[in-house]
Design a protein around this ligand. Sequence first.
Ligand code: SAH
Ligand code: SF4
Ligand code: F3S
Length: 485
Amino acid sequence: MKGLISDLDILSGEEQKQEEVHITKEEGNTGKKKLYIESYGCQMNFSDSEIVSSIMKEQGYTTTSSFEEADVTFLNTCSIREKAEITVRNRLAHIKGSKKKNPNMVVGVLGCMAERLKSKLLEEERIVDLVVGPDAYRDLPNLLQEVDSGQKAVNTFLSREETYADISPVRLNSNGVTAFISIMRGCDNMCSFCVVPFTRGRERSRDPHSIIAEAQDLFDKGYREVTLLGQNVDSYKWSEEQNNKAKLEKSDIQEITNFAHLLEKVALVNPLLRVRFSTSHPKDITDEVLYTMKKYDNICKYIHLPVQSGNSRILEMMNRTYDRAWYINRVDKIKEILGEDCGLSSDMIAGFCTETEEEHQDTLSLMRYVKYDLSYMFYYSERPGTLAEKKYEDDIPMEVKKRRLTEIIDLQNQTSAESNQRDIGKEFEVLIEGVSKKSSDQLFGRTSTNKVVVFDKANHQKGDYVHVKITGCTTGTLFGSLIEN
Ligand code: SAH
Ligand code: SF4
Ligand code: F3S
């Protein structure tokens, strides 16, 4: 999943993902039990923390921004790379100090690491009272009761149905303008390097009626952009049978069966509501989705289409089920239908098992061909239990992995800078997201193609749409001047 880029200076891939931590805000409600959540990993996890907050709110908890004063501290964790798990272990060691001062504080590990390690986490990390997997959050009130009665509690049951469709998320990190809507959970793809199918379980889609209702509700509250989230949004599906099971009227869902239909219905909520989505899988993105994007101005012209590698043999070993030619065909089709300017980004893995120097060069040449605006770049990190761990040797030395990653990052930085240079002199519609970090006299927002633009405030505020002419740029940011009508 693509992470939310809150900083204006775009960091290189590994730093960008590793540094992103979301922390609950201070609600300032005295007399109530206090909840602190720290969230790691992808947007799905950040979104889940909003579901958890909602469930805990029902139990009388209010959020705090400091675990020192929390009654309950949750770490919502990520297992995608070894580094992500090490970060969480270090945080647990740090929190341990605070628990000495506040022995009644309950410490829970949620999310993907909880799912992967299950009760082993209780043995390995004595400070942990509670281990809860991504499909078991409705059970939190019972589990907390178990902890209150002096036991440790674990629920890592994975569901085939849970989508939390009826739970209205507490918007934890909201700027009041942009929000995320989970449209599906889990993943059935089994890419050989990836732990997600094991930590998140089988793929399931959320009922379309509740998705559209959530988008409408956000619009009514003043939000102007929603991002539809899933590990693989293009495989969203909804059937007549599921419809009957969820007891929905036919008219409620208006014949939505696939992702293109869903995208269209969300776009129709209001022309002033921008719609984004992430992540698209190259094997599944259809021309129907591309034509739907073209048809509606408010569907943003930006696609996160992770390639992972530019070499067909490596892609086969990764079990991505497409090859280089297939990927290039998808990119060509995107440019043909949506134009050369459609924003494109990717995820890259350097140094996958057995990758040769020539195969690494294929990744670089693919990047030169596509000219991504942005990439999230990593070196391969072997994960226990994955297909790659069982089948292949993690045989590329760390210094080679790191050198290849550096080459990928350097090329991406160059491509990002060139992509921004090409925008100088062009005009864009920008949705304002807030005040620039560097100057309170300036605002920032995004173009439809997902580029961050900084410009003078004038009399505008967040949530407004403005037209901006681009006058300059860095690698990660465009600068512009307002075109007043
Ligand atoms: N569902 C999304 C990706 C989710 S994980 C998709 O299919 O594109 C986000 C990214 O983390 C992946 O795209 C991949 O580039 C990276 N990643 C996953 N497992 C990894 C591993 N074992 N080592 C290094 N990077 C990994
Ligand atoms: Fe992992 Fe592949 Fe699923 Fe993405 S599509 S979450 S990389 S298994
Ligand atoms: Fe996301 Fe990390 Fe889990 S990337 S799905 S939180 S393993």
